[in-house]
Design a binder for this molecule. Structure first.
Ligand code: PGA
Length: 223
């Protein structure tokens, strides 16, 4: 099973969200791709999850939703936070520990573990990001995303062979998790990553923002 998880980060307003889902729905109904062994997840901003959910239902899309972050706390007096139980009403997945959260928001291992615990208690599937094979991993992560920092948003992906080396180490340490690669994945290189024995999927950022590109990636990842 190949996983393709699109991380929109802090992009798109509601109109652009509607356009993306409408466009991808048109592509699916025009081209009717035979998608084999592929799970597709889209991670819009919190404020558009509800809208995205209704568009997926409206267009009968086989896409799942993920959030990009979650509160380390349960419900309560935590102004500005969105907790895991609230998210579970809208999404199946949540990304935790993306390098932008670690770097720009100074999120550390203890905080990320707390987020992971809350997410699992609420029944969310955790996509836990690490920049290498040495960084501590939340041990109940369903999916571990290996994302070398230098490859994120730079247009310079790691070679599939080198990425596979790190993914293999992670698989050895965490055999119960799926291991995916992220960092400048696009429609041209996606198949090379998916083909690797120890890479179970990919986490594209920038290339997931364009519905046509994302559709092409889905086609090229389907095996
Ligand atoms: P990118 O982002 O595909 O734009 O490099 C990947 C990510 O940050 O998850």
């Amino acid at each position: 099973m190949a996983l393709v998880i699109g991380n929109w980060k802090s992009n798109k307003n509601s109109q652009e969200t509607v356009e993306w889902f409408t466009q991808i729905s048109t592509l699916f109904s025009q081209k009717k791709p035979e998608l084999k062994d592929i799970e597709i997840v889209v991670c819009p901003a919190f404020v558009h999850l509800s809208l995205a959910k209704s568009l997926i239902t409206k267009y009968h899309l086989s896409l799942k939703l993920g959030a990009q972050d979650v509160s380390p706390f349960e419900a309560g007096s935590f102004t500005g936070e969105i907790n895991a139980r609230q998210l579970r009403e809208l999404t199946e997945f949540v990304i935790i520990g993306h390098s932008e959260r670690r770097d720009k928001f100074k999120e550390d291992d203890a905080l990320l573990t707390a987020k992971g615990e809350r997410a699992k208690e609420a029944g969310l599937k955790v996509i836990f990001c690490v920049p290498d094979s040495k960084t501590p991993v939340f041990d109940k992560a369903d999916i571990i995303a290996y994302e070398p920092v230098w490859a994120i948003g730079t247009g310079k992906a790691e070679s599939p062979q080198a990425a596979q080396g790190v993914c293999r180490l992670l698989k050895k340490k965490y055999p119960q998790s799926q291991i995916i690669y992220g960092g400048s994945v696009n429609d041209k290189n996606i198949a090379d990553f998916i083909r690797m024995e120890f890479i179970d999927g990919v986490l594209p950022g920038k290339a997931s923002l364009d519905a046509l590109l994302f559709f092409e990636m889905i086609l090229n990842a389907s095996r």
